[in-house]
Design a binder for this molecule. Structure first.
Ligand SMILES: Cc1ncc(COP(=O)(O)O)c(C=O)c1O
Length: 391
């Protein structure tokens, strides 16, 4: 694959992959990439769930559920997700991005302003813009400022209008965990809502992998969870989970949900099966937690200081203050090439919110063995050079 006009290489060609191995650019490597955190994308039950749904319902859902009817499969998936996440209701949509857009449109009515963490995923920033509400970004490291913003907003509006506050549960670019409890406490009115995009924490953090709210033991009808079913669940689709009233409002007013074709049957079948596997195989979450700890301990042995250690992700970057030492993109590309030569696949990614030179993202999953991790450590030990640091 060639380079684009910015000199960046296009995505690597991945012809085959399972949780820990990938055939990349024609060579089989140990893969430390992607978000299949529990190795479920190739789980036999998840694949069988997809195939059975495809056979029964066909390749497409054909239309919006609100116009043309729903299937028992979509309802069963929503029931299973609500049970897992401990919420009154859940709604499935085509993907995690649409989940954020739909919730913002669905809950905007009656609200005056939307507050979004400046470091939040692009889908939340787009959702906040789409809500049509007056938008304020806040610094999640300094919540006292959000508090002041909320106070000022009430004083200026001279009303008790509801607010929407939107945050990632855990931020992949910094590893920071959102202070969900604090954020809920700050909501100005009973019909205000905290939207937590927990795409990276679902299946990964908290008891039963319930995510960020599970970490804090937080159940509050003002908190709504959104997430992608394409990460730890190994399927595809998006979920919005929360109180029955808020889910009903998204169902009525959330145009990105109402006016688009329902999640395709194969993905719904895969996701339904994956929720079952989570329950039946708790050892996967235990192994993921162990490998996450091993990854961050390895980083420290290599002289790195990882910023946030909640996620199974190690971010390697050229810090802005050291960019003058040479083209930062070249340093990361050289590291990726060194790792590839050592049989390890960990890509340089360019993602909204990451440094312009990108970041080399190393991800472990539950299925990596001690031998895989030792291989990663040896390869990083050989090829990691200053000015690259943990991001
Ligand atoms: C935090 C977050 N939200 C939303 C999404 C979008 O999810 P999906 O890929 O299912 O559209 C992603 C995916 O990368 C994500 O990381």
């Amino acid at each position: 694959m060639g380079t684009d006009s910015g000199g960046r290489r296009g995505p690597a060609l991945v012809e085959r992959r399972c949780a820990t191995r990938a055939l990349v650019d024609g060579v089989e490597r140990v893969a430390f990439a992607g978000c299949d955190y529990l190795g479920l994308a190739q789980h036999p039950d998840v694949r069988a769930g997809a195939v059975a749904a495809l056979e029964r319902y066909g390749a497409s859902s054909g239309a919006s559920r609100e116009t043309s009817g729903t299937t028992p499969l979509h309802l069963a998936l929503e029931e299973a997700l609500a049970e897992w996440l401990g919420t009154e209701a859940a709604l499935v949509v085509e993907d995690g991005y649409i989940a954020d857009l739909a919730v913002a449109r669905g809950l905007a009515r009656g609200a005056e302003r939307v507050f979004v963490d400046a470091e939040a995923h692009a889908s939340l920033h787009d959702a906040a813009r789409l809500s049509g509400l007056e938008l304020r970004a806040y610094d999640g490291d300094h919540l006292s400022r959000l508090h002041a913003l909320l106070d000022r907003s009430r004083a200026e509006a001279h009303t008790d209008d509801a607010a929407l506050v939107m945050t990632d549960g855990v931020f992949t670019n910094s590893g920071r965990l959102a202070s969900a409890q604090e954020l809920v406490r700050m909501l100005p009115t009973a019909d205000s809502t905290l939207v937590v995009d927990d795409s990276h924490a679902l299946g990964v953090l908290g008891p039963r992998g319930r995510g960020t709210l599970g970490v804090f033991g937080l159940t509050d009808e003002r908190a709504v969870i959104t997430g992608s079913l394409a990460k730890a669940l190994g399927a595809a689709g998006g979920v919005i989970a929360g109180s029955a009233d808020r889910i009903a409002r998204v169902r009525r007013n959330g145009a990105p949900y109402v006016a688009s074709t329902a999640l395709n049957p194969a993905s719904a079948g895969a996701a339904r099966a994956a929720v079952g596997v989570l329950e039946r195989e708790p050892g996967r979450l235990e192994r993921l937690t162990a490998n996450t700890g091993a990854l961050h301990r390895m980083a420290r042995r290599l002289g790195l200081v990882p910023r946030g250690t909640f996620l199974p992700i190690l971010r390697l970057v050229v810090p802005p203050e050291r960019e003058a030492e040479g083209p930062p993109g070249a340093a990361l590309a050289a590291l990726a090439a060194g790792l590839a030569a050592a049989g390890v696949y960990a890509p340089v990614i360019h993602y909204p919110g990451s440094p312009s030179a990108g970041q080399l993202r190393v991800t472990v999953c539950s299925e990596h063995t001690d031998a895989d991790l030792s291989r990663l450590e040896a390869a990083l030990g050989e090829h990691l050079t200053p000015p690259i640091a943990a991001g």
